[in-house]
Design a protein around this ligand. Structure first.
Ligand code: PHE
Length: 514
């Protein structure tokens, strides 16, 4: 059989000589045999992908003789064999005929009688005519030489008598494509940095993408991630940088101590926080000076604070936990900002950070609570920010989410002062519902990190699950996360828009997990 290079050359040279190829079954390999259509189409597809040729498929029925059909074509039909075996003068006995012809004797007799070629004479068979035309043999021969029969009824008859069988013959009509050439240019699959650098991309021929076939089944964005995308857009629009949140296991230090949360705070105990058993302790810590400042401000105060007046212990700060809030990431980022300021000879860079990621709390799971959920968190650091800035910014942020007319209520957080819960009027429930929590980070936290006293940091947080459940009309959080999730719900839900009209719906009963 011809190799694909040979077939390729044959197709290209034939096209070059003839302009087109009407039917590829006229192509013969060097051995003179017709080239199998699968080999032809392989080469055609590769040439077509380079736009060197174009082709259409020709499909037609073809009839082959079966083993019995071939036997008939070669040595005549059963009935002809019977006729020929009957001696023109003496006839033949049935027993003798069977001995002579085997199974053909029985099969052929009936037809020979019907054709009035033979008749019975006593216990013998004798000829009834002098000569015969074996049409069955002629029909078989016609099919053998043409692949079909001129009479459709005969074709059907031959098929039902299993003398012939149908096969589909596939071949192709080929024409030159826009990039026809006798030689094949090597196509690049990727655009490389070198091509861009040396300009060769301008003339390089690239392999086309093949988008045919079934679209992939996987890859549907989870509703939580759709809503997350909307929040990200809002943050990016407002010029925020995304914080790296890929640290689910955190030291108690960044989650609590750096945030001026005392070590005997109830939230740290085993009811709210997941502690790690192995490894149980963090080994890497920020610089000792910072650690000592944190110890000092907790134990004795500083920066205008009296502190908590207890004996701060590194062992407690070392304990590894699953982070209980993304504020652990914010504290780490603010510490880096302080270090950056120092490295920059005290020149402070105002910063806007955000994060949206998972946090963990050792809570009883019910229809609205999971032991893990997502927080949306924003942080703005600049000189001389005030509570008015926080309020003003919250109004802009929630307005962008489609939640206008928010109200604030004084609250308490160990790490912010003042702290405010954010509420919005729910027209359906006809009451004010909590959306999130916010505040200005305490000087005990910021100045211990090394930030200047006039650097103020406003921050806020809210949950991602509640808005998502409201948006996608889910009543049970377990329909959103965990083993009860219907894959169909993920695949068929539309993209989310937190635009003004729909945003109102976001204001739901305990719309916040934060
Ligand atoms: N960390 C808080 C929580 O988990 C949210 C918050 C972030 C509050 C920033 C104030 C400032 O509820």
């Amino acid at each position: 059989m011809a190799s694909s290079e040979e077939i390729q050359t044959l197709i290209l040279t034939t096209l070059d000589a003839q302009g087109d190829i009407e039917n590829t079954n006229s192509l013969k390999g060097s051995d003179g045999a017709t080239i199998p259509y699968l080999a032809v189409v392989g080469v055609l597809n590769s040439l077509a992908s380079k736009e060197m040729v174009a082709y259409t498929t020709i499909e037609r029925d073809h009839f082959n003789l079966t083993a019995e059909g071939n036997e008939i074509a070669d040595s005549g039909s059963h009935e002809a064999k019977v006729f020929n075996a009957v001696d023109s003068i003496n006839g033949i006995s049935i027993a003798e005929l069977a001995k002579l012809l085997g199974p053909s004797a029985k099969i052929g007799q009936g037809k020979a009688f019907k054709n009035k070629w033979i008749k019975k004479d006593g216990d013998k068979l004798v000829r009834e005519t002098e000569s015969i035309v074996d049409q069955t043999q002629l029909d078989a021969l016609e099919v053998r030489s043409t692949g079909t029969h001129s009479n459709p009824a005969t074709l059907k008859d031959l098929q039902s008598r299993k003398h012939i069988e149908k096969v589909k013959l596939i071949s192709y009509t080929v024409t030159k494509g826009p990039k026809f050439s006798l030689t094949i240019e090597k196509q690049a699959t990727d655009l490389t940095a070198e091509m861009l650098a040396d300009g060769s991309w301008k003339t390089q021929s690239f392999k086309k993408y093949n988008f045919a076939g079934n679209p992939p089944e996987g890859g549907h964005l989870h509703p939580l991630m759709k809503v997350r995308e909307e929040f990200r857009k809002i943050f990016f629009e407002l010029g925020f940088e995304e914080m790296p949140t890929n640290k689910f296991v955190e030291s108690s230090f960044w989650n609590f101590d750096a945030l001026f949360q005392p070590q005997q705070h109830p939230a740290r105990d085993a009811h709210d926080t997941f502690f790690l058993l192995d490894p149980a302790n963090a080994t890497s810590f920020p610089d000792m000076e910072y650690l000592n400042r944190v110890k000092e401000v907790h134990s004795h105060g500083g920066y205008g604070s009296t502190g908590y007046g207890y004996d701060w212990k590194i062992e407690e700060a070392q304990k590894l936990i699953l982070r209980t809030h993304t504020t652990s990431v914010s504290s780490n980022m603010l510490y880096r900002l302080a270090k950056e300021t120092k490295a920059n000879n005290g020149v402070f860079r105002p910063a806007k950070f955000f994060s949206i990621d998972r946090v963990y709390r050792n809570e009883t799971v019910d229809a609205t609570h999971l032991a893990e959920f997502h927080q949306v968190e924003g942080v703005i650091a600049d000189k001389n920010l005030t509570l008015g800035d926080l309020i003003g910014f919250m109004e802009i942020f929630f307005e962008k989410m489609g939640v206008p007319n928010i109200k604030f209520k004084p609250a308490f957080n160990p790490y912010t002062e003042p702290s405010m819960e954010i509420f919005s009027w729910h027209p359906g429930l006809e009451k004010w519902v909590e959306l999130g929590n916010s505040g200005m980070f305490r000087p005990e936290m910021l100045q211990a990190m090394g930030l200047d006293p006039d650097v103020r940091v406003i921050a806020w947080g809210l949950g991602l699950e509640r808005p998502t459940m409201i948006k996608y009309d889910l009543n049970n959080i377990r329909e959103l996360l965990g083993h009860k999730v219907e894959l169909d719900m993920i695949q068929s839900n539309p993209a989310c828009r937190l635009d003004k009209k729909m945003g109102r719906e976001l204001v739901g009963k305990d719309a916040v997990d934060a």
